[in-house]
Ligand binder design. Structure first.
Ligand code: KG4
Ligand code: ZN
Length: 339
């Protein structure tokens, strides 16, 4: 068979998403964001799973309709088995299981972290596919990892965060500044109008040079803002662009230093970024600059495939389908799961 149609479902956190892929091309990728969490300043797990239950049927139906593929022409159902919020994962998992049973087609469990990386292999004019081996920096709301990717399913973890994830750092700093949740995109936007050299924040040291630590940076931002607000109640309001630009620059400097080190120790100059924070315009620019300045070939995912989406689950589903690597009905959702 030379056309494989995969329906993919992603429900690991607060986005309900469904996609239809034909081989490595995306025919439809539908994402329903959950607005309920904004007023709490973070994801509330119970509300997330309830919203997934409400969204999942319409999201899947919309994806199928947009793709033009009839249910009867699907070859497999891919879904996120972990890592993520258990209650959220369970919604996608049970739905995928029953669809696979009902349609009598293979069920394919997908690791969400592998999917962020393998999103680079979606065939799309707006991105290019890296060759093996390549370095991938996966930066999201829950994870920060630097990988040597040797094959579609062959990952070596070179380093990871020992405390907070990069996305968490963006979101927590944004919360202190009174910005909406999730704050990453707001910091990005404000940073564009600010002076990145106005304030300086500390760059943490880690024992393994390729590990990350962001909790110290988060705390220093908190103290810095508290101290200045005490002296001038309008400090944040008057300086928010410069604060965001300076914080974003600090984070990007940390990430780029790790990538340089990873490239040096492995000798690999094909460098990719993935995950929600790879939507950040500053990190995207820094990677582009590294092509000229460092001679790297860099891989920046299409914007749509950076934050959580089912298309990335679908591409992994396609590769697993080709390997006939299927799951059975006993498969369980797992909150914790390594790449
Ligand atoms: O990959 P993702 O959608 O979910 C997880 O798997 O965690 O990543 C979400 C994270 C959030 O922390 C969000 O603030 C961050 O990605 N993010 C950004 C930007 N867009 C999303 N951070 C910085 N700049 C952005 N433009
Ligand atoms: Zn994610």
């Amino acid at each position: 068979k030379n056309t494989i149609n995969i329906l993919a479902i992603e429900s690991s956190c607060d986005d309900t998403s469904a996609a239809v892929l034909q081989n490595d091309r995306v025919l439809a990728n539908v994402i329903a964001n959950q607005k309920v969490h904004a007023e709490y300043g973070g994801v509330v797990p119970e509300l997330a799973s309830r919203a997934h239950q409400q969204n999942i049927v319409p999201v899947i139906e919309t994806a199928l309709k947009r793709s033009g593929i009839d249910k009867s022409n699907l070859d497999g159902i891919a879904f996120t088995k972990g890592p993520g919020l258990l209650g959220s994962l369970l919604v996608g998992t049970s739905f995928a299981k029953s669809l696979s049973l009902g349609l009598k087609i293979p069920l394919i469990g997908v690791n969400h972290m592998q999917a962020h990386v393998l999103a680079h292999f979606i065939d799309d004019e707006e991105q290019k596919k890296p060759p093996f081996p390549f370095i991938c920096l996966t930066i999201s709301g829950g994870h920060t990892q630097i990988l040597n990717v040797k094959g579609h399913f062959d990952f070596e973890i070179l380093g990871e965060t020992i405390d907070d994830a990069v996305g968490e750092t963006f979101d927590k700093a944004a919360k202190i500044m009174g910005l909406p949740y999730p704050g990453g995109p707001f910091i990005d936007k404000l940073a564009a109008a600010g002076n990145p050299d106005r304030f300086s924040f500390p760059q943490p040291k880690t024992q393994n040079e390729l590990d990350f630590s962001f909790s110290g940076l988060k705390t220093s931002v908190l103290y810095f803002l508290q101290k200045n607000q005490k002296e001038n109640q309008n400090f944040i309001e008057e300086n928010k662009e410069d604060i965001c630009a300076s914080l974003q620059k600090t984070i990007i400097d940390i990430l780029m230093a790790k990538l340089k080190h990873a490239s040096k120790v492995t000798g690999i100059e094909h460098i990719a970024i993935a995950g929600g924070v790879s939507a950040n315009s500053g990190i995207r620019q820094a990677l582009k600059n590294a092509e000229k300045d460092l001679g790297w070939t860099t891989y920046i995912p299409k914007f749509e495939y950076t934050t959580d989406n089912a298309a990335m689950i679908g591409i992994v589903g396609y590769f697993k389908y080709l390997d006939q690597n299927f799951s059975d009905q006993k498969i369980k959702a797992k909150a914790r799961l390594s790449v």
